[in-house]
Design a protein around this ligand. Structure first.
Ligand code: AMP
Length: 403
């Protein structure tokens, strides 16, 4: 059975085609700069490692999805003979609010709800909904499944997700912690447990998704009990350009002293802060590590702040769960940066967290990086959100409930 996974962003569409027989990826790619000059398609066929790049005017998502379908059935670079071979389409959807605690088949009612949730995720849900509508037009009758970034965290209790604001803001406007990267946290926790030949239900796990966006989750007995991203993906750890946790009074301070409006402050916190803001060099951790190695003090400071805050979350989540058995690092920085991993767990030996510096030199591969005697295992697990979406999609169209 072939399943197409789509991730429709504001100006891009990422896709992968899976053969669920052996869960192999047949093709994957991205349509970029939709609606902007210089739009293009970058398509890879996994078997034979062929790549195809084409610049083309792609004014909107509808055209973008048609371009994807076109290349999938292309004589030279295609991986299917006809679109009939696609048995279902799985979509990554940013926000499921409290309405979607698990992945779901998308009918008219679900689509309406995803659109309504745009109020909570205005930069993402409208594009996700648009992708669903376009596929419905081109492939009517092909089942579509939505997999939400927020669903995995719906297991949190009120003590973890209600903010200490007047309660009516939660009741009337849905202002609460939702958490994101749920698909990734869940996948790497399960994968790590599987490698250790343990049941995820028997473990206390802290998963660290450290990419351009970053979040950490406490997973107890297989359930998310707390996570660092909140009402939006701005809260929590230091990110590429996002500030993470700050004193909220800084916002009113800036409003009063600089007379900045909401948009300017939003831009500051989301696009000009984090690694970029501290270092003044780049939002990319590779550039930061390179600059720090050359003695750039603010690049070093950016690494220090990032790692200190990760460490504090590890301590907090160990406390929240009454202990920790396993730490899992994932995403661009978590999978590749031995510097960040080492520094983030430095001094945590008292919690039983003992990293093996040699094993920790690993990049981008599944590995155990704790010393043999470490009571807490530390693992690097490459994330695979698309595979989770494909698996959930297959499960749901086969009549099982989503996760
Ligand atoms: P992601 O959002 O998961 O794609 O992660 C992007 C982040 O991962 C960027 O800050 C990259 O610099 C970082 N990254 C990717 N490869 C490496 C690497 N080899 N060393 C350090 N950071 C890396």
């Amino acid at each position: 059975m072939k399943i197409l996974v789509l991730n429709c962003g504001s100006s891009s569409i990422k896709y992968q085609v899976f053969d669920m027989g052996d869960e192999s990826v047949l093709a994957k790619g991205i349509v970029e700069r939709i609606g902007i000059e210089g739009s293009f398609l970058d398509h890879k066929v996994l078997q034979g490692e062929q790549e195809f790049k084409q610049e083309e005017d792609i004014p909107d998502h509808s055209r973008g999805i048609k371009v994807v379908f076109g290349i999938l059935v292309d004589e030279k670079f295609g991986v299917i003979k006809s679109l009939d071979e696609i048995k279902a389409v799985g979509h990554r959807v940013a926000h499921g609010g409290e309405y979607f605690p698990r992945s779901t088949m998308v009918g008219d009612e679900e689509l309406r709800k995803i659109e309504e949730l745009s109020r909570l995720a205005p930069l993402h849900n409208p594009h996700n909904a648009n992708g669903i509508k376009t596929v419905k037009e081109i492939l009517p009758g092909v089942p579509q499944v939505a997999v939400f970034d927020t669903s995995f965290h719906q297991s949190m209790e009120k003590a973890a997700y209600v903010y200490p604001l007047p309660y009516k803001f939660y009741e009337e406007m849905g202002v609460r912690r939702y958490g994101f990267h749920g698909t990734s946290h869940k996948y790497v926790a399960q994968k790590a447990a599987e490698i250790l030949q343990k049941r995820v239900e028997d473990l206390k796990i802290i998963t660290l998704h450290l990419g351009n966006g970053a979040s950490v989750t406490a997973i107890k007995n297989g359930k998310s009990i707390d996570t660092s991203m909140g009402f939006t993906p701005l809260e929590g750890l230091v990110m590429g350009t996002r500030c993470g946790d700050i004193d909220p009074a800084i916002i009113t301070f800036l409003q009063k002293n600089k007379e900045w409006d909401a948009e300017k402050i939003d831009n500051l916190l989301n696009k000009e802060s984090g690694l970029l803001g501290i270092s003044g060099i780049s939002s990319d951790s590779r550039d930061i590590e390179e600059a720090a190695a050359k003695g750039e003090k603010r690049a070093q400071l950016a690494i220090d702040i990032t790692c200190f805050r990760i460490k504090k979350y590890i301590g907090a989540y160990a406390a929240a769960m009454g202990g920790v058995d396993l730490l899992v690092f994932t995403a661009g920085i978590g999978e590749n940066s031995s510097i960040v991993r080492e520094k983030a767990v430095e001094g945590l030996e008292f919690l039983g967290i003992k990293i093996d510096k040699e094993k920790n030199s690993v990049r981008g591969q599944l590995a155990e990086v704790s010393i043999k005697e470490s009571p807490v295992k530390i693992m690097v697990v490459p994330t695979d959100e698309e595979l989770v979406i494909a698996r959930d999609t297959a499960k749901i169209i086969n009549g099982f409930s989503g996760s």
